[in-house]
Design a protein around this ligand. Structure first.
Ligand code: 5AD
Ligand code: SF4
Length: 486
């Protein structure tokens, strides 16, 4: 029986890994083929689901003696994990794939593969079209990656595998190759919503949820053995979680809450139609659920929502925000907006600006509508021009920044406990940054240049805040484990 993202072919030999106890040298064989140490360079486009899939791919590849490299010139194998959601990410991928032609001229045995959403729908044509592309694999066969790499190194390249995993259960264990205390845990794959603009149901297939007990056990192990303190539950529509098994997201969250050592639970991304009263209540009662919810609205006009097949009205949506804020007064909300959907009128566009006023989002992701082949919206006659879409997008972004600046101003003086995620150079000064429970990034100066705060829990006080960035003062460093006493 299949479990996870694709059944491995039983006829392909399995990895045999031996480690020389004296030298530490790892030898890997699959059948007659030896896999010497090699380097893989991987480029991921798109959403967190793709980053999660990339982690999984890399984790499998370590069994074939691959290590990751940041330098494409050092790579023996180059993999692209692609995104099809909008033209922009698509275009970036195509130009980078094109450049690989020259890389392969320089290094003849370079292997080039593509995975993800573009590979799912267009893999076959791309393998035919690009001579330097060895293989393509879809979103549901990730767990077969080593079989595919074996096949390529055996001399059988130029193939595409984009079949759907039709097994009843969807059961994958989280694989992590990094040393951070944050993990993304896939709880549901696919989407049955078929919003008229969206390609995801075609690239990710039908919804399938993991069993609640399995997810809880997976997270328990991550916390116990891999030092994970924060999990983000992932899915294209996590609110539909469990519909196929008679389980719910609220029950899952309350189950995860019991895990000792787990500090923070986030989930993304949600569809307003499936936000239940039970889930809203959990936002009030759970001690570990983040004070942040990303709830994509897409448009402020009922007419547009109808054409998008979003299955809710603005009145219903605003009712949800009100209930969520009542349930958890500290909740911070964000959303996705599509500017200039097919035939959007000026009035419909203004309704979106009006919604931004009413919803008071902490931040938004906004995009110009991008026509995707085969979606229902692609078959609607569209009178709107890209120039108008662009103008509307800029107007939405500017309008939201005004709202955001006012919300953020009020944060000055607040104290937050944050998990430090890294540092950067801000105006020539080294500043660390961390994420609050409610998903805001705060930048702050360390006590000294040498101080290493990576993955520490620290307390900060916000000293200044604009629409786009929050600066703070470091108050206290708690170390890498969340302090239990405070
Ligand atoms: N055009 C523009 N934006 C899109 N999104 C999804 N499909 C499209 C499209 N065809 C946006 C939606 C979704 C986010 C992940 O991407 O806002 O919530
Ligand atoms: Fe796409 Fe709609 Fe599914 Fe989200 S809910 S993945 S926008 S079809």
């Amino acid at each position: 029986m299949s479990t996870g993202l694709g059944v491995r072919n039983p006829e392909v030999p399995k990895e045999q890994i031996t480690v020389n106890p004296n030298t530490g040298q790892k030898t890997v064989r699959m059948g007659d083929l030896e896999f010497p140490p090699r380097k893989v360079w991987m480029k991921t486009f798109g959403c967190q689901m793709n980053y999660h899939d990339s982690e999984r791919i890399l984790s499998h590849l370590t069994d074939l003696n691959f290590t990751r490299t940041d330098k494409v010139d050092d790579a023996d194998m180059v993999l692209f994990n692609t995104c099809a959601i909008r033209d922009l990410s698509n275009n970036k991928f195509y130009s980078q794939l094109g450049e690989m032609k020259h890389a392969k001229k320089k290094k003849e045995d370079l292997v080039v593969g593509i995975g993800g959403c573009v590979a799912q729908t267009e893999g076959k044509e791309l393998v035919k079209k690009y001579k330097h592309l060895d293989f393509a694999f879809g979103t549901d066969v990730i767990d077969q990656i080593n079989d595919m790499v074996f096949r390529t190194y055996s001399g059988d390249n130029k193939f595409t595998i984009n079949s759907w995993d039709r097994s009843e259960n969807f059961s994958i264990e989280t694989k992590i190759t990094h040393g951070s205390p944050q993990a993304f845990v896939n709880i549901i794959k696919g989407c049955n919503k078929y919003c008229t603009y969206c390609i995801v149901p075609y690239t990710r297939g039908k919804e399938r949820s993991r069993k609640k007990a399995e997810v809880i056990e997976d997270v328990r192990k991550l916390v116990e053995y891999q030092g994970i303190q924060e999990v983000t539950l992932l899915g294209q529509n996590v609110n539909s979680y469990g519909h196929d098994n008679g389980e719910t997201l609220s029950e899952l969250i309350m189950g995860l809450e019991e895990i000792n050592g787990l500090q923070l639970i986030r989930y993304t991304t949600s569809h307003p139609y499936d936000v239940s009263d039970e889930l809203i209540a959990v936002h009030g009662t759970s001690k570990k659920l983040s004070n942040h919810l990303h709830l994509p609205v897409q448009s402020g006009s009922d007419g547009v929502l109808k054409r998008m097949h979003r299955e809710y009205t603005i009145e219903h949506y605003l009712g949800l925000l009100e209930k969520l804020r009542k349930s958890n007064p500290n909740i911070v909300l964000s959303t996705d907006i599509i500017a200039g959907f097919v035939n959007e009128t000026d009035e419909e566009h203004r309704m979106t600006l009006d919604l931004l006023d009413k919803a008071q989002y902490d931040f938004i992701y906004s995009y110009a509508y991008s026509m995707r082949n085969n979606t229902r919206a692609s078959k609607m006659e569209d009178l709107l021009t890209d120039d108008i879409r662009g103008e509307r997008l800029r107007e939405i972004q500017k309008y939201q920044l005004g709202i955001q600046a006012k919300i953020r101003e009020k944060l000055v003086g607040n104290q937050y406990r944050i998990l430090v995620e890294g540092y950067g150079n801000m105006g020539g000064v080294k500043k660390w940054r961390g994420r609050t429970n409610c998903n805001r990034i705060v930048h702050f100066l360390p006590s000294s240049d040498e101080q290493d705060l990576q993955w520490n829990w620290v307390d900060v006080k916000v000293t200044s805040a604009t629409a786009l960035s929050c600066q703070g003062d470091l108050l206290e460093v708690h170390g890498r484990r969340y302090p239990t006493s405070k």
